[in-house]
Ligand binder design. Sequence first.
Ligand SMILES: [Zn+2]
Length: 595
Amino acid sequence: MEVIDQIRQASSIIEIASQYTSLRLRGKRHVGLCPFHPEKAPSFTVDEEKQLYHCFGCGAGGDIFTLVMEKENLSFPEALKFLAEKYNITLPERRKMSPQLKKLEEQLSKINEDTLAFFKKNLFKTKEGEKALSYLQKRKISPEIIQKLKIGYALNSWDSLISFFQGKGVQPNLLEKAGLALHSEKKKGYYDRFRGRIIFPIFTESGKPVAFGGRTIFDAEPKYLNSPDTPIYIKGKLLYGMNFCKDDIRKKGYVILVEGYTDFLTLFQAGITNLAASLGTSLTSDQVSFARRFASRMIVSYDADKPGIKAAERAISLCFEKGVQIRVLSLPQGFDPDSYIHKFGGDKFKELAQKSTPGLKFLIDTHLQKIKEESAEEKAQIAKNIVIEIEKIPDPVVRSEYLKQTSEQLSIDENILRSMIKRKSTEEKEMEKGTFLNAEKRLLQILLEEKEIAPYIFAEIKEEYFHGLKSKPIFNALSENFRKGKSSSLHELKQKVDPTLISSLSKAMLEKEQNASVEEAFECLNTLKQLSLENLARKLNAELAQLERKGEKEKILPLIKQIQDTKKELSILSKRNYQNLSYSNRDGVELERSE
Ligand SMILES: [Zn+2]
C-alpha cells in the first residue's frame, strides 16, 4: 500500500481539524467556525467518511493533506511527514527513482565533489591562483572566510577541468550534464564553462556542492556566471549560504536576504550569519518557501536604487503569499550592503536591521512616492493595489490587522477597504455558483471516488466531450493520472488545477450522497457527449451558412456530410440514453459552451 493511503487510513480528519477549530456533529457531518476565514456562524464542514472538508463561506476545501499543508504552512512532503509522525507510520527513505536517474545523480554529485577540490587546489597551488588570491585580499576577504566558504578558482583555460576529469576516466558529455562543460558545434568538441573566475560553490542545506558561481578576474562578460539547471540543481529553489547559516537563522528566528555573493561575503565576514543570498535572479516563490523552513521572518536588504526597490516589492508580495513576515532594510542612498559594511561596519548594519521597515509600510510608502499629485483617483488606485497584496495573506488575523494599518496610513475608512475584499469574494462566489452542470458534477464524483466504475469511463472519455466545460482541466488531469496508473486525490489535483476549481470540486465531493451504478456513470458521460455533439452541429451549421453565402460549393458537400454524421451519432446516442435524465440539466448550457 502506498504511504499516502496508509496515512489516509490511519488518520482522522476530524481529529486534525479539531486542532484548528471546535467541531460539532450535525447530521452526518461535523461543522464548526472556519479556521481559514473569520466568521460568526459555522460554515466549515468536515465529512469523516469521505475524509474531506469544505467551507461554504470562503470556499476553502480539500482533504487531510491540504488541511495540514495550509494550516501548518507545509509543503506536501512535509505534510506527509507531519501526519506520518503523528500516526506512527514509517515513511520510505527516498522517493522512488529510476535506477538510471539515480546513477546519474550519483555521478553528478561525485563530479561536483571532485570539481570543488580541483577549484580549491587551483586557488592555492597555482601561479594563476595567486592572482585570484590577491584579488580576494584586495576585496578584504579573509583567509578564514575563503576556507569556510570553500572558495576556489577556475583556471583561465579552455580545457583544464575537462583534462582533469579525462585523467579520471570521466567523459566530457557527463561534465556537460553537470553544467561544467559546453559543447561547441563549430569545433566539434567540449570546453570548460568556467574560465578565469573565482568560484563560489553552491551547496544544498546539508552541505553538498550542487552548482558553482564564478566571478571573472579578467573583466570577461558576464561578470558573474552561474551553473545552469542540472538534474541535481534547479536555480530558483535554493538559497546560497543556507548550509552555513541555517542554525543561526533558526536561532535568531529570521533570515537576512541579500542578492549576490559579494553582499553575502561581506556580511558573513562582518559576523552577520543569519544570512542567505538569492543569487542574482529575482527572488522566487520556491526560495521563500525554502527560507520559511528555517524562519518565519525575513529581512531583505537590496540596493537602494530603482531595481532594488522593485526587488523588495516583489519579495513582499511573495512573502505575503507564503505567510512570511517581511521587513525591508533601507540603506542610505548610493550604498549597497557591501559598501555600507566597509564604511560603517557590521554593528551599524545590525542596527539598521533592527530599524527596518515592515513590508506593508514599505509598500504603501513606495506607492505614495510614485504619485505626482495626491488626487482621489491616485489614492483609490493605491488602495486597490495594496488590497490586492493583502488579500494574498493566508492568515485572516494578519489580513485584518494589515487592512487596519492601511486605512490609518492612507486615511481611508477601514470599512471601505474591507468591502473591497468582500466585493471580490462575492464575485468569486457568483462565479462558483453553477460551476458544474449536474452530469459533469456527478461524473467528477464518480471518477474520483468510485474506483470500480471509473476505469470503464476513462476508457471512453475523449477530451472533446469536455470542450467549453469549466471542469475540463480537472478531467484532463484525472485522465492523465489514469493513463499513468496513478490514483487522483484533491491534494494532488491542487498542484495542477486552479484553486477556485478545486474549491468547487471539494464542494461537489461533499455533496455526493450515494454511490453510482455503471449505468448512471455512462448516462452522465452520454449527456456530456450529446452536449458536445450538439455544440459541434451548431458550429458546423453556422459554417455551412457562411459557405452558402460565399457560394463556395466545393466545400459545402463535405460539410453537409459531416453534419449528417454528427446528427446520426446524436440520434444513436439519444436512443441509447437512459430513461432517468435527472443528471442532465441543460439550462444555460448553450451560453456556457458556445465560444
Ligand atoms: Zn472559510
